[in-house]
Design a protein around this ligand. Sequence first.
Ligand SMILES: [Zn+2]
Length: 84
Amino acid sequence: MASRDRYSRKLECAKCGASGFAEASENDSAKGGNRGFTIDAMPKGFSTERNSSDPAKHMVRCRCGNVFAFKQKTVYAPGSEPRG
Ligand SMILES: [Zn+2]
């Protein structure tokens, strides 16, 4: 029996600034295999553009038309990395 890891993640559209929290879940024990990622609830104004079991490839569409990956790498501006 695989346990499911549930969490919420903030989605934020870089284009229009809309944001909201999505409820997602994935298999706790899967390592390197299928994580079984699914979005259980989408925040208002967002919809699924393309389903994927990989959160980095699961595409979300904002109501303004902007499409982006559910899980994005955190991008820091040059020279502004967080300091310990
Ligand atoms: Zn938007």
